[in-house]
Design a protein around this ligand. Structure first.
Ligand code: ATP
Ligand code: MG
Length: 650
């Protein structure tokens, strides 16, 4: 981004007030903002008290060694106890914690009492393998209940886990094992994917090959096919875990004890190993899950469609929801197996009331067509969430109308692996929402938009998103690399002491926040900073467009020229003149400055495994150079497809 302010081109006038009934019974009301504003630390003390502590803390925040924070100093607690045992002790042992839905249609419901037994057995098994507090455990698993058991078992014995997406290649697994020096790998024989079986064990074997720290590989049997086996090293889960006692007394750990290491999605480059700890993390994920989704544990059925391999799965499938005694759905498969209505079939089958998904999924559903969700009963839904990328206003409207029946509030939640928990989001019973805006920092959270020199931009302006006060679930560093932690997040606005999020944002006339994508992606066209998000949203507002990715490619005349990659909605062909029609459409919505110079129709876009568009790869294509790091790309054939569609790149 140049010294020019970020242009604010998109104007959105639609407003949606919270449903009266929801507002009247909401878990969190507008007073929370004032309470947190009056005394931020006291506010977080109160949220920490929603948890069960074995020993109280003596200091809420120690920021004396900034940017290395300590929250709830001196306090002790066990995360697994807070997510499982305390609910059983309070008489909720028979409540279903997890409705597991396998891709082939097999299902299994696990109560909190069973969860306690399974997690206890797994914790005993880990201990029997010599894993003790502080040892790292790598988890390379799909979306099955044992993955949740394994994470909670690690937390229970104080062994930080490092979860690696099952879809990652062996090299990515090995890099993560080596970086954390994990002693144990937990994996599966295979899992169900698109009607077939993904064989994971051979990948796990290739990943641990040469990984000196690994002593054992614990293997869950999910799909049952023959797998390669290394005697002495490999152990079946059902042999070891099932033989253990289902009693286990959790030990309380220090509030700052490491809970997990998780790598960022790698959208902007090499993934970073983010470290999260115990007390502050659990406090904020628990609070935000309760507040943002208005969770009513006795009646709601919650479904977060994320994979546990990314932070949303950690914070909003495992730790936040279970600490709040949720009943949730865990789904193994893809949205289009065996048919494109599978998600809606799940909603209907389990009467899901809260759905948390990503813009990439929503745009895919738009592409598939309105008639698919229309075939299912979605009347159980009452709150809808979005995470992962800016949500285009038209995708937001589609979600509201076609999934939410025009009645469910949408919470667009901005956060990062680094922030650990939701930071900016509407509250469903409080906020009047605007399609495409994440609205305001949550109570207790402070964010702002600043210019290059760190001065705060006025309403109506755009710039860099910063977090200007420490928060409980903030990262405690990058594993093994304190200097990279300082450099990446704290050097950009060192003078002001702001955390640099790496995202562009604008404040509208009301002061509400609009996320505008990565700072690195912002385009500089004839002296104007233009966000990729605004141009993409303008394209998506055309009735024939399902999804768009925009990049700025080097241009001798204008500095950069706007190149758009467009996926059409189901039933539309690229036909004569459509690219001119789309260029005119953008020009009308945002002004001629934002008009793409080149539009390329493509069948797919390059995305990370967590569903984010990897613009840097498209930029490589548009500028006609070899594409960069693709290790976190979901489907490596996509880049070839796109390159083959380009007449003459550059
Ligand atoms: P890397 O840091 O390795 O490039 P990443 O940033 O994609 O990877 P994540 O932590 O999974 O890794 O993603 C966080 C980013 O996702 C945010 O910085 C932001 O760009 C984007 N994001 C998440 N939620 C939203 C949202 N609701 N609105 C806009 N952007 C969002
Ligand atoms: Mg990031």
């Amino acid at each position: 981004m140049s010294n020019e302010a970020l242009s604010n081109l998109l104007h959105e006038e639609r407003r949606f007030a919270p449903p009266a009934e929801l507002a009247a019974a909401a878990n969190v009301t507008a007073e929370a903002y004032a309470a947190a504003e009056a005394d931020r630390l006291a506010f977080w003390d109160a949220q920490a008290n929603r948890l069960d502590w074995a020993e109280p803390w003596t200091q809420t925040l120690d920021w004396s060694d900034a940017p290395f924070a300590k929250w709830f100093v001196g306090g002790k607690l066990n995360v697994s106890y807070n997510c499982v045992d305390r609910h059983v002790e309070a008489g909720h042992g028979e409540q279903v914690a997890i409705h597991f839905e396998g891709e082939p249609g097999d299902s299994r419901s696990i109560t909190y009492a069973e969860l306690q037994r399974e997690v206890s057995k797994a914790a005993n098994a880990l201990t029997s393998l010599g894993i003790t507090a502080g040892d790292r455990v790598a988890i390379y698993m799909p979306m099955i209940p044992e993955t949740v058991f394994a994470m909670l078992a690690c937390a229970r014995i104080g062994a930080p886990h490092s979860v690696v997406f099952a879809a990652f290649a062996p090299d990515a697994l090995r890099a993560r094992i080596d970086d954390a020096e994990a002693k144990l790998l937990i994996t599966v024989d295979g899992y169900n994917r698109r009607g077939g079986i993904a064989n994971l064990k051979p990948n796990a074997d290739a990943g641990v090959e040469g990984a000196a720290s690994i002593q054992h590989v614990l293997v869950v049997r999910r799909t049952g096919q023959e797998v390669p086996w290394t005697a002495d090293r490999d152990i079946w889960w059902h042999d070891l875990v099932d033989a253990q006692s289902d009693q286990h007394t959790p030990e309380a750990f220090d509030s700052e004890h490491p809970l997990f290491i998780l790598y960022t999605s790698g959208t902007t480059g090499k993934p970073k190993g983010i470290l999260h700890t115990t007390g502050g993390y659990l406090t904020q994920v628990s609070y935000t899950h309760n507040a943002v989704f208005d969770l009513k544990p006795d009646t709601d059925v919650y479904w977060c469609t994320a994979d546990v391999g990314w932070v949303t799965g950690h914070s909003y499938i495992v730790y936040g929801p279970l600490s709040n005694r949720v009943t949730q759905v865990l789904y193994e498969g893809t949205p289009d197996t065996p048919h494109q209505g599978r998600f809606w079939e799940n909603v209907q089958k389990y009467k899901i009331s809260i759905l948390y998904t990503a813009p990439t999924a929503i745009r895919t559903f738009m592409k598939w067509g309105d008639s698919i969700p229309a075939k299912f009963d979605l009347s159980s839904l009452r709150v809808l969430g979005s995470v992962g990328e800016p949500i285009n206003p038209e995708a937001w409207m589609w979600y509201r109308e076609n999934i939410g029946g025009g009645r469910c509030p949408i919470v667009d939640t901005w956060w990062q692996t680094e922030t650990g928990a939701i930071m900016i989001s509407p509250l469903p019973g409080v906020t009047s929402t605007k399609p495409g805006s994440a609205m305001n920092p949550l109570p207790g959270i402070s964010a702002n938009v600043v210019e290059n020199d760190g001065t705060v931009v006025p309403n109506g302006g755009g710039g860099f998103l910063v977090l200007d006060k420490p928060w409980p679930s903030m990262l405690r560093g990058i594993w093994g690399d304190p200097q990279r932690y300082r450099d990446t997040y704290w050097s950009r606005f060192a003078e002001q002491g702001f955390y640099f999020a790496g995202d562009g944002a604008k404040k509208d006339e009301d002061g509400d926040l609009w996320l505008l994508g990565r700072v690195d992606d912002i385009m500089l066209v004839s002296g104007h900073n233009i966000s990729t998000t605004e141009v993409e949203s303008a394209l998506v507002s055309h009735p024939k467009v399902a999804e768009a990715a925009v990049v700025g490619a080097k241009d001798e005349v204008t500095g950069q020229r706007i190149v758009a990659f467009v996926i059409l909605r189901g039933g539309h062909a690229e036909g004569e003149g459509l690219d001119d029609e789309l260029k005119a459409h953008v020009s009308k919505a945002l002004g001629p400055i934002a008009k793409p110079k080149q539009i390329q129709f493509v069948p797919e876009l390059p995305k990370t495994r967590s569903g984010k568009i990897m613009r840097r790869l498209l930029k490589d294509v548009a500028e006609d150079r070899a594409v960069g790091d693709t290790t976190t790309l979901a489907d490596s054939t996509v880049m070839d497809l796109i390159a083959s569609k380009l007449p003459q790149a550059g």
